[in-house]
Design a protein around this ligand. Structure first.
Ligand SMILES: Nc1nc2c(ncn2[C@@H]2O[C@H](COP(=O)(O)OP(=O)(O)OP(=O)(O)O)[C@@H](O)[C@H]2O)c(=O)[nH]1
Ligand SMILES: [Mg+2]
Length: 321
């Protein structure tokens, strides 16, 4: 039996009743890497409800935040509550893009059925995935109908975060044929639902048919898949196509229920991934807090070919015990 941290019961009850203030406070602790948050997270994880997590990714400026804004509006209209974690890859907390996300979603800021939090990735000593995973652990104890995670699909870290989602929506914009070809390699395996946003621009139909061809090919390669990704045309500014998108999201959750082999497999992969990220974070931090002198003398020895990077790594690890 683990001994519970003193405030676990209180925190769990607050989250269970949907207390946004408690949630925000915990996320701040997660970001600050407060050490006393970990015993709490361990217990919170075990109290998780298994809320549905919608991942939204795509190139910078594709319209992800505008889409999230529309989704919030639509889900609220259906009486569903929503939490959003927007991960911004390029600006610190007070920076422009985060502020932009906030402004875009501001219309929902006074709605108690909506919780929005931005998290910056730059400026953190790595550990973004751990922080995102921990935040989802906290949100999972709360009674949200849906949790949305938005990240820019650029760095591997940001894309990796999509492993934490149950359904991944890839937001693209109308592209030329060459661009689609170039994007194919990266997007083949990611999306459960493809959204071609900004359909008020030309090239939208062509982009849709390129994507459909790509999916048809994948279907040929993996005939056992029970979910065939749809390709939807959307305009995130006007909201056109959002109805259809939410329809596909609910169809996804009814087709891919948690007891299907594919979702179980995803769940296993998510746990393995989250565990590895925690491990990587612990090791990274250990390395960063290793004595500079030890690292410097090791480097000097390696330069004289008296030592090698493998042996230095082993030494540093041993010195941490
Ligand atoms: N024409 C048109 N512009 C759109 C549409 N959706 C979004 N935009 C515009 O595209 C720009 C980027 O939108 P965002 O929603 O911030 O895009 P994002 O993908 O969240 O951007 P980052 O988070 O910075 O990567 C904004 O100027 C939006 O107004 C659309 O359907 N049509
Ligand atoms: Mg955005």
């Amino acid at each position: 039996m683990m001994s519970a941290p003193p405030d676990f019961g209180k925190v769990a009850r607050a989250l269970d009743s949907g207390c946004a203030h408690t949630c925000a406070r915990l996320i701040t602790s997660i970001e600050r890497r407060d050490s006393d948050i970990i015993p709490l997270l361990k217990l919170l994880y075990r109290s998780g409800r298994g809320n549905r997590i919608i991942g939204i990714t795509g190139p910078p400026g594709a319209g992800k935040s505008s889409l999230v804004n529309q989704l919030i509006g639509h889900l609220r209209h259906l009486g569903k509550s929503v939490a959003v974690l927007a991960i911004d890859p390029s600006s610190p907390f007070s920076g422009g893009a985060v502020l932009g996300d906030r402004l875009r979603m501001m219309q929902h800021s006074t709605d108690p059925g909506v919780f929005i939090r931005s998290m910056a990735s730059r400026g953190q000593l790595g550990g973004l995935t751990r922080a995102a995973g921990d935040t989802l652990t906290v949100l999972d104890v709360m009674p949200w109908d849906f949790v949305i995670v938005e990240t820019v699909g650029v760095g591997q870290n940001e894309l990796d975060i999509m492993q934490l989602a149950d359904v991944v929506i890839l937001v693209l914009t109308p592209m030329s044929g060459d661009d689609v070809q170039a994007a194919k390699a990266g997007i083949n395996e990611i999306g459960d639902i493809y959204v071609v946003n900004k359909c008020d621009h030309s090239d939208a139909d062509r982009t849709v048919s390129y994507l459909q061809d790509m999916i048809a090919l994948a279907r040929h390669l993996y005939p056992d898949k029970i979910w065939i990704p749809p390709v939807l045309k959307v305009q995130s500014l006007s909201g056109a196509g959002i109805d259809e998108l939410t329809g596909h999201i609910s169809r996804f959750f009814s087709t891919m229920s948690p007891d299907t082999a594919e979702m179980r497999q995803r769940h296993r992969r998510r746990i393995a991934y989250q565990t590895k990220e925690i491990l990587r974070d612990i090791l990274n931090r250990r390395f960063l807090t290793s004595s500079d002198q030890h690292i410097e003398s090791g480097i000097a020895s390696i330069m004289r070919r008296k030592l090698d990077p493998y042996s230095l790594a082993t030494e540093l690890l041993a010195a941490q015990k």
